[in-house]
Design a protein around this ligand. Structure first.
Ligand code: NI
Length: 303
């Protein structure tokens, strides 16, 4: 993987992967230096074969039974081809997920330890077959709409477990350091004195500290109970400004909500440690916090 600042040149492999894009007489001498992350997922049943996809949404092939439905997601990064605008051909990511990762999970017991070991075992072959110049960074297995396992490259194979939750709450965006006019200008109708509400979605990610190389988080119920007690029950159907002490003086922006939730959860788990807190305020806006005194790990994103 080239350093992002190091210009690289196309090789023959790029030509072969995108033959329809390049005329043979064109000089394949393009310089690119961008670094990008691309996320691609497939949906499959354990009994699906790698070939014969007949449903573009679900990818169902020659399904033998209904069984458990799963989502496999790959996160790859690398430079963007300036001529195609592609980081890589996503069909090749699909092929790796269907031909390498999905078979490795077939027949594996539905417990976190077994699935984690299978993902860890499949990672090297998936990374090896990842279409260059893209590099496989993360493999995710979504076992339900609210539970996913992830393995990161360079993360010692340690598993991250992510659980999703929801709560509804009211807030008013307001800074006592600003004038009424400045509050209105900055926060608009979000500074309505009587507040307004959101249906928040909270994603909590933890890593295991059980001493195994996979760091498997086996007690998912424990994670749920801690989040329920420390965040959901205190926040759900509450006015955050008035009923949550952290926001008595602190503006309950989605960034600050993520940080407050981090502080409520950090150190509260047994057998695992908090890795990240992501709060979706709307389907288009979320904040993620991964700790750090300077807040450098806090980021906003739109989706
Ligand atoms: Ni709001």
């Amino acid at each position: 993987m080239a350093d992002a600042s190091t210009p690289r040149r196309f090789g023959v492999s790029a030509f072969l992967r995108f033959p329809s894009v390049f005329a043979r007489d064109r000089v394949i001498d393009l310089v690119y230096n961008a670094s990008m992350r691309l996320i691609r997922e497939i949906r499959c049943y354990p009994s699906d074969g790698a070939e014969g996809v007949t449903n573009s949404w679900a990818g169902t092939g020659e399904r033998a039974s209904l069984g458990a439905y799963r989502v496999l997601r790959a996160v790859v990064d690398g430079p963007v081809d300036p001529r195609t605008g592609y980081l890589c051909d996503i069909k090749e990511i699909d092929r790796v997920l269907r031909a390498v990762v999905a078979p490795a999970l077939r027949g594996v017991p539905d417990d976190a330890s077994s699935l984690t070991r299978a993902l860890v075992a499949a990672f090297p072959a998936a990374a090896e077959q990842c279409p260059t110049p893209a590099a496989l960074r993360t493999l995710e297995l979504h076992v339900s709409p609210h539970t996913r396992l992830a393995i990161d490259k360079g993360g010692s194979g340690m598993m991250r477990l992510t659980q999703s939750f929801e709560f509804s709450a009211a807030h008013r965006l307001f800074s006592a350091e600003l004038s009424d006019a400045e509050n209105r200008r900055l926060f608009g109708k979000c500074s309505n004195p009587n507040g307004h509400g959101h249906n928040y979605v909270l994603e909590v990610s933890v890593c295991g500290t059980d001493g195994t190389s996979e760091g498997t988080v086996t007690d998912i119920g424990h994670v749920d109970r801690v989040v329920l007690e420390r965040v959901i029950e205190p926040f759900d159907h509450k006015n955050l400004n008035l009923e949550c002490p952290e926001f008595a003086q602190l503006n309950p922006s989605v960034e600050n909500i993520a940080r407050v939730i981090w502080d409520r959860l950090n150190g509260a788990f047994t057998g695992c440690r908090l890795a990240s807190v992501r709060v979706w305020e709307t389907p288009k806006t979320c904040a993620e916090y991964t700790g750090g005194d300077d807040g450098d790990d806090e980021q906003m994103m739109n989706d």
